[in-house]
Design a binder for this molecule. Sequence first.
Ligand code: NAD
Length: 428
Amino acid sequence: MAMATNAFEMAQKQFDHVADLLGLEPQVREILRWPLREYHFRIPVRMDDGTIRVFQGYRVQHNDARGPNKGGIRFHPAETVDTVRALATWMTWKCAVVDLPLGGGKGGVIVDPATLSTSEKERLVRGYVQAIWKNIGPREDVPAPDVGTTPQMMGWMMDEYSKLAGQYTPGVITGKPVGGGGSLGRTEATGFGVIYTVREAMKHLKMDSSQCLAAIQGFGNVAQYAAIGFVEMLKGKVVCVSYWDRDDRCSYTVSKADGIDPHFLMSITDQYGSIDKAKAKAAGYAIEDGDAWIAKDVDVLIPAALEGQINAETVNHISSRVRIIAEGANGPTTPEADELIKQRGIFMIPDFLCNAGGVTVSYFESVQNDMNFYWSKEEVLQRLDEKMSVAFAAVLEMAEHEKVYMRDAAYMVAINRVVKAMQLRGWI
Ligand code: NAD
């Protein structure tokens, strides 16, 4: 799911490929290739200096046959309606593959949030809700944070919606801060979810996880908890992580042949996922160039930073020891590299299955909001493990039965589920 020139064209192409494999009827394709609804709106905001700036906002609802639409709101200067459409489409498949009773949605505002003061941000997010509140809600469409938006902003959005609706409605938005309607376990959810799928893949491939090594790209939210999970749950060793160094304006791989200590590295990492390399070096870690992670002699590669990192250039550096690639990031593998990985027989855990732990715990958040009863972190994580393991098994079964690549199998499971819901509702 790398961002090509036009992400929506790419999402449609991926869909067309699987629609061919499934032999979908033309009218079914016609529904699923496009979002069912989209809203374009202007948001006037009074800036701190008294002037008014008008921002462009979007909310796209791709398909809600399986339940309310679900997906984040992105604040980015390069946001386009096609990016939002693509992300909404991918959310439909992501929710379906983990069997959440949700559809796919996504929102966006063309803005660089770093240029706004806190009070300007608050007025912008409240303005966003004022524009769209009649078309979102716990039973219609449930937004969440994404690039450029934060739990605090979700708290403001929930408050604005509750005021307009005339009642406290925490389930309208997820990703809220804990104590303000958020769920325990959300921080760990995506990284641990990655590891639950790696564990299942190792069982299938009959690998002894305690003898396995992993290399991870990135050291942000997903990578940190994937590293902890690999070491503590699977008893394996993580030989390196990597990060983007803002001072040097390049990436580095931070490695230790006998295994990194993720908690120590987290203690010297800032909120943006940048490691203090002097402190790492002093503790015996080697600092290598940013691409070194992909060439490590390991059993598992976990790209958990950015899109397009395993590409035509880097794919040839992957060691012959690698048996599993677990895509923690969204779209880390380009289509050309994916083809080579498929040919080499490396077991792929595709992004929208592998990193679905985040949206799964977001779903648990809205369930807890609905009940007004909150689970312990252990309960959240145990339910997450169950969801991820069952989803993995369904995709593996499809891959084996149809003799297809895991990425195609994941799409087939997801699209089949959405088509079935449309049939049961009498849409097709
Ligand atoms: P983050 O911002 O917390 O961390 C990103 C990490 O990547 C940082 O350590 C940063 O230094 C590193 N990085 C950036 N550029 C790099 C480069 N060129 N080389 C090496 N490292 C680099 O982000 P995150 O929340 O961990 O998300 C990572 C990926 O996972 C993204 O693709 C995101 O869309 C995806 N994802 C995240 C979640 C979630 O719940 N956080 C859920 C699903 C998917």
